[in-house]
Design a protein around this ligand. Sequence first.
Ligand code: GLA
Length: 725
Amino acid sequence: MILCDKGLFTLHTKHTTYQMKADGLGVLLHTYYGPRLRGGDLSTLIQYADRGFSPNPWDARENRSYSLDNLPQECSSCGVGDYRLPSLELELSDGSHLTDFRYQGFRLERGKYRLEGLPAFFGGEEWETLRITLKDQAAQLEVELLYGVLEERDLITRALRVINRGDQPVTLCRAASLCLDFQRDGLDFITFDGAHIVERCPHRSSLRSGIQSVGSTRGASSHHHNPFVILCDHEATEDHGRCYGAMLLYSGNFEAAAELAQFQNTRLTLGIHPHHFRFPLAPGQSFTTPEAALICSPTGLAQLSTQFHRALREHLIRDPYAGKRRPVLINNWEATEFHFDADKLLDIARAAAPLGMELFVMDDGWFGNRNSDSSSLGDWTVNEEKLPGGLEALTPRIQELGMCFGIWIEPEMVNEDSQLYRAHPDWVLGAPGRPQTVSRGQLVLDFSRKDVRDHIYRDIQKVLDSAPIRYVKWDMNRSLSDVWSAALPAERQGEVYHRFVLGVYDFLERLRQDYPDLLIEGCSGGGGRFDAGMLYYTPQIWCSDNTDAIDRLRIQFGTSFGYPLSAVGAHVSAAPNAQTGRTVSMETRGVVAMGGTFGYEMDLSKATPEEREIIRRQTAFFKEHYDLIQRGDYYRLSDPFQEGPYTAWEQVSPDRREALVSLVTGSVHAGLPFLSLRLKGLDPNLDYRVNGEGRYPGDLLMEAGWPLPLPWNDYQSTQLYLSAI
Ligand code: GLA
């Protein structure tokens, strides 16, 4: 996969090639990234020209056509003649921000490198690792570029380590995990943006001169932008054109910036957001960036998504829940909010068990005096007024019904009205002499501090040890503000945002070690921390607090570009919907929730006999087709953001012998044209039964399509199950 030849590094994957070359000056040039080539030295593709105001490095002063300002590089310099966004920026002990990294050497290894304390793709011999060392001679700074290559999934990962080998302290001010240069234009930038209850709406625009960026300074990856972006040809569609996906495995502040520079050359950087990021490195100290993941698809967005989905499912989401079927769950939040007791929970559980539900999740409101969102976060002891006898009394009764039991927690937060805050007001983020900003009535605990984390961990451990708890929903219901830690001196406050994220990872890793069978579902007011960093610890994430099936079509569509369905928490909730007031049939709500992990979040004790029958059928169908739904290749068959009569998607089994097509109508107008839905990913040479009937050739279903019956009503749904004959 990785060929190294006299400073030329060629990374081959199944469909792509990525190449770098250390040139005569030791600058590590990026020579090519795109469809797989046979190889050779692709640095001949790089164009050199003497351009006004593009300066020459000291050791190339005789060659005026050599300028770092225009050359495609792997790890750009800073302040020495490249005026594009630097991938690294350091403040040196003399106050300068000047670095010029040149090639030193490399090491090639079988297997995948690891990053201490950070999430990373994993695997065995199917990976290769390349380590390239660069050095800034003047400041004695070293950069180790780490590349992991997974051929089958076209996946190239990258992280870097900055090591201070000098005898003076330096401060890291910017540390992008990825710097991807192209000597070309004609690219679109696709980002996934939104807000609480409107997450990950795709936005696509042609790059224009200058920097276009998205990011988060909220301390979490955020509802508002996602650390997954795509660059693609203007002409790229689901099935055609070159696309580059870049994903950061990080759950805190990030920045994804695409710069169209002076000669229409393009640079993409992705990494920790530089806002209030300052990491001092004493002599001998190092800093490791989060990992970035790159996939190039030469054949459109569908292939890009398929490769990301497979890579995440197989090499990021860890056992036991990578391969194991996840339980169909019932969650009480939308049914009761804070107002429940054991009897109410058992009512819901008794109704849910015979309908096929396997896990009962007790959401927010079970601890302290938590009767509203303004109290008790931080006090992780069971409220015995609501739950007499505690979890020890409740869980056996849930288990008797044949279900396992799970709870909601929000470890990073505290309410002022709590015993914890009264005892430790200095444990929250907040600068002296400045009252803190409050959000949802809560403050943020300083999770950069081990002592704070240890205290919360012990309390939560007591709860987890008190009863057989198989599932935890880990929530985070506000953005960070007032970021200042009482545990660090002034000159180290720029570490706090990052140390907070490391603290969350450390806590989650401890939970994983101590409770290896625990299924953890990530959540942040829905999808406010939906990123690949969290997925390393939490195999599924509650996708959005918006459970309206029609709005969910958009949210799940946007999420599907980077993330697999098995990561997308999705539930059937009550009608009319709590967020939109819209009424959608139980059938359609079920079809949409099957575009994710699948569960229910409503008071099933109030369901009508007809609704119960539909639910029973839905859970049985989901379990029967679990592998196809959760592990099949996913195809977007339409775009819910476009005016159109329906939204459709499809899952196809890896052997292409089975497929499931789901279709939901939009708001329908009279006089619809005759429509056929062209399917994807089938085997053209096989014949299929559709819902157990007929004989339809795969080529016909893909080229001519499946005729959609008329008439339609608003928000109806259909599922077609195809099986090869
Ligand atoms: C967040 C979550 C919800 C629910 C509430 C409880 O908003 O996203 O699903 O758990 O918190 O307070």
